[in-house]
Write a protein that binds this ligand. Structure first.
Ligand code: ASP
Length: 599
C-alpha cells in the first residue's frame, strides 16, 4: 500500500493538476463502458475517481471488479470536471481524480444494509453492525459534532478557571435515585463496588480539598428500566464551584450553553434564560420540565364548581381534588380524535375524558347538560375558548390532574406536529421543594439528591418537622421547605440539574434523619462525606448537564442513541459485542459468586 497524501474530502483547487494518493472506501462504483467512476470516501468526504481503460488498463482491471465498501488505494492526477458534470452536492464536486493506479487493499462482503444511502434499518441490525452504521453520513456527522462539542466544553471551562479531574468508576453508591450497577470484588469476598450514578460525592469532596472549580465530561451508570430514551451509561458535563451561590452556577451554565449553540449551530441564544418556579410549571404545564414551544396551557377551574350539581366534579372537589382543562385551539378535534384521546388518558389512569366542543352557535359535549349556565360561562371565559376549539377536562387528585393534562398536552403536540425541532426554548426551573412524600416507600425522598441544601431561612422548619410527631403536620412542614436547586429545561427535556449543597455536617445529618436514613446507615453509606464536611468544607454548588440529550436536541434527533458511538438497545443489550453475557464458572468462582434463579 502506498501512503496517502490527502483526505478524499479535501481535494480542492490547490490540488489541480497535481498527483495525489488517496485511501478509502468505495462508496459507489459504476462502469460506463471503458470508464469506471468510483466515489471514493473517507472520514472527510467523497471525491470522484475516474479510471480509463485506454490510458490505464491495469488500474481499470482492478476498478472494474470493485464493489461497495471495498477498501482501496489510488494514485492519480486531479483535474477539473468537464463543464456540466460538476456535482454541487459534494464539497469536491468541481474536481475528479484520474487514476493511473488502483489497489484493492481489502474487499467487503455483501453488506447487511447500504452505507451509501440512509435507508431506515432496525435498531438491532444498526447496532450489531455499528461500524457500518457509523460510516453513514448522518451518524458520522453526529459523532464529529459531539467531538466538536467536547472541545468547546473544555475551552469554556478552562477559560473560566475550572480544573479537569477524573473521578473513580469503582466506588460506593452515589444516590441519584436509581439502582446501582455493582461489581463483585475478587480480593474482598462478598464485597462489591458500585459504579457511580454520578460523580456527585467526589466533586463535593474535591471542593473540600480546595480545588475551587472542577469539571469533568463524566460517564454515569444507572441500572434503570430503560423505558423511554435512556441508556444505562450516559455522559454528563459535570461541574462544581466553591464560595458561590445559585447565580454563579447559573451564569456559567448559560455561558456554556450559549457558546455551544452559537459555535456549533450558529444559533443566537439570549441570556439570561427565563426562570419559572416549580409550582408555576406544575400549575401551567402539569410537569416540572415544560415544553413551551406551543401553548395549550392548563387552566385552573376548581373554584367555578364550588356549588356544582355535576356529581363527578362535586365528588372530586369534596375529596380535595382539582379540576383543570386545556383549551385545544390549534385545530379541529374529530369524534374519532376524542375517542383516541380518551383511550390515551385512560391508559394514564384517568376514568375518562370530559370535553366541550365549541361550535359557531352551540356547544357539543357529554357534560354540559349537567352544568349550570354560569359554570359554562365561567369555563368559556377562563379558557378563552372560541368557535372551533375543544376544551378537555381533568378532574382528579391534584398530582393525577398534572399527570393527565401534562401528558395529554404533549400527546396533542405530537399528534398535531407542534414541536418545531429548530426552535429552542431555554428555561430554568427553580424553587423546588426539598423533599416530597413517597407513598410507596412511606417516607420523604429528595427531589434532587440528599446533598441539596435547603434555603437558609427554611432550615428551622426542617428542625421543627423533625420534632413533630403528627405525620400530616410533618408532611405539611417538610413540603414547604424549598431547595436551593435549579433545573435547566430545553424543549421539554430536563437537560441539566444542580444545586447549592449542604456544606455543614449538622445540617447534612438533619436532612438524612428526615429522609429516614438512620445515623448508623448514614455513617455506613456516607460517613466519608460527613467526615469531609467536618474538616473545613467551603460553601459549594454545581450542576450536571446530560450531554447525550443536549446533543440530540441540538441535532434535532429523537434518540440519544444517535449521538453515542456504541449505545445499548432499549433492553440494555449491546448487539455488537453481545453484552451482557454469561461468564465462565471459573470467573464466577474467582469473585465468590454462585448464581441462583430467584422466583
Ligand atoms: N449529580 C447530579 C445529577 O447527576 C447533578 C448535580 O447535582 O450536580 O443529577
Amino acid at each position: 500500500m502506498i501512503k496517502r497524501t490527502k483526505y478524499c474530502g479535501q481535494i480542492s483547487q490547490e490540488d489541480l493538476d497535481k498527483e495525489v494518493v488517496l485511501c478509502g472506501w468505495v462508496h459507489r462504483v459504476r462502469n460506463h463502458g471503458g470508464v469506471v467512476f468510483i466515489d471514493l470516501r473517507d472520514r472527510e468526504g467523497i471525491v470522484q475517481v475516474v479510471v480509463e481503460e485506454l490510458n490505464s488498463p491495469s488500474a481499470y482491471e482492478v476498478a472494474d471488479k470493485l464493489g461497495s465498501e471495498d477498501v482501496i488505494c489510488i494514485k492519480g492526477v486531479v483535474r477539473r470536471r468537464p463543464p456540466g458534470t460538476e456535482n454541487p452536492r459534494l464539497k469536491t464536486g468541481n474536481f475528479e481524480v484520474v487514476a493511473n493506479y488502483v489497489e484493492l487493499i481489502n474487499s467487503a462482503e455483501p453488506l447487511p444494509f447500504p452505507v451509501n444511502e440512509e435507508t431506515p434499518i432496525s435498531e438491532e441490525i444498526k447496532l450489531k453492525y455499528r461500524y457500518l452504521d457509523l460510516r453513514r453520513e448522518s451518524m458520522k456527522e453526529n459523532l464529529l459534532f459531539r467531538h466538536r462539542a467536547y472541545q468547546i466544553i473544555r475551552k469554556v471551562f478552562v477559560e473560566n478557571g475550572f480544573v479537569e479531574v477524573e473521578t473513580p468508576f469503582l466506588t460506593k453508591s452515589t444516590p441519584e435515585g436509581a439502582r446501582d450497577f455493582i461489581v463483585p470484588s475478587r480480593m474482598h469476598p462478598g464485597k462489591f463496588y458500585a459504579l457511580p450514578q454520578s460523580p456527585q460525592l467526589f466533586k463535593q469532596i474535591l471542593m473540600v480539598a480546595g480545588f475551587d472549580r472542577y469539571f469533568q465530561i463524566a460517564r454515569c451508570l444507572r441500572d434503570e428500566d430503560l423505558r423511554a430514551d435512556r441508556q444505562p451509561e450516559f455522559t454528563q458535563i459535570d461541574f462544581e464551584m466553591s464560595f458561590v451561590d445559585e447565580e454563579d452556577v447559573i451564569a456559567i451554565t448559560e455561558q456554556l450553553i450559549k457558546t455551544l449553540f452559537e459555535e456549533l449551530l450558529g444559533v443566537e441564544v439570549k441570556t439570561p434564560f427565563e426562570r419559572l418556579s416549580y409550582q408555576e410549571c406544575m400549575e401551567r404545564f402539569g410537569t416540572d420540565k415544560p415544553d413551551r414551544r406551543f401553548g395549550l396551557e392548563l387552566v385552573e377551574l376548581t373554584d367555578l364548581f364550588k356549588n356544582t350539581e355535576f356529581k363527578v366534579f362535586r365528588d372530586v372537589i369534596e375529596k380535595g381534588g382539582v379540576i383543570k382543562a386545556i383549551n385545544f385551539n390549534l385545530g379541529e378535534l374529530s369524534r374519532k380524535d376524542l375517542d383516541e384521546l380518551t383511550k390515551f388518558v385512560q391508559s394514564l389512569g384517568a376514568k375518562g375524558l370530559a370535553w366541550i366542543k365549541v361550535e359557531k352557535d352551540k356547544l357539543t359535549s357529554p357534560i354540559t347538560k349537567f352544568l349550570k349556565e354560569e359554570e359554562i360561562k365561567g369555563i368559556l371565559e377562563r379558557t378563552k375558548a372560541k368557535p372551533g376549539d375543544t376544551i378537555l377536562f381533568s378532574a382528579d387528585k391534584r398530582e393525577m390532574v398534572y399527570k393527565i393534562l401534562g401528558n395529554l398536552r404533549l400527546h396533542l403536540a405530537k399528534l398535531f406536529n407542534l414541536q418545531q425541532k429548530d426552535r429552542f426554548d431555554f428555561l430554568w426551573v427553580v424553587d423546588f421543594p426539598l423533599m416530597e412524600w413517597d407513598e410507596e416507600e412511606g417516607r420523604f425522598v429528595s427531589l434532587h439528591h440528599p446533598f441539596t441544601s435547603p434555603r437558609e431561612e427554611d432550615i428551622p422548619i426542617l428542625q421543627k418537622a423533625l420534632e413533630t410527631e403528627d405525620l400530616e403536620e410533618r408532611k405539611r412542614l417538610v413540603h414547604s421547605v424549598r431547595a436551593r436547586a435549579y433545573d435547566l429545561v430545553i424543549n421539554g427535556y430536563e437537560v441539566g440539574g444542580g444545586s447549592i449543597r449542604i456544606h455543614r455536617r449538622d445540617l447534612q445529618e438533619l436532612v438524612f434523619k428526615l429522609l429516614n436514613i438512620s445515623p448508623l446507615e448514614a455513617e455506613e453509606k456516607f460517613g466519608f462525606l460527613l467526615r469531609a464536611l467536618s474538616f473545613g468544607a467551603p460553601p459549594h454548588g454545581g450542576l450536571a448537564i446530560g450531554l447525550d440529550r443536549l446533543l440530540a436536541i441540538m441535532r434535532g434527533l429523537d434518540s440519544i442513541r444517535d449521538v453515542i458511538a456504541f449505545p445499548k438497545t432499549q433492553k440494555g443489550i449491546c448487539p455488537l459485542t453481545g453484552a451482557p453475557d454469561y461468564v465462565s464458572p471459573k470467573q464466577l468462582k474467582e469473585v465468590h459468586i454462585k448464581t441462583v434463579e430467584y422466583q
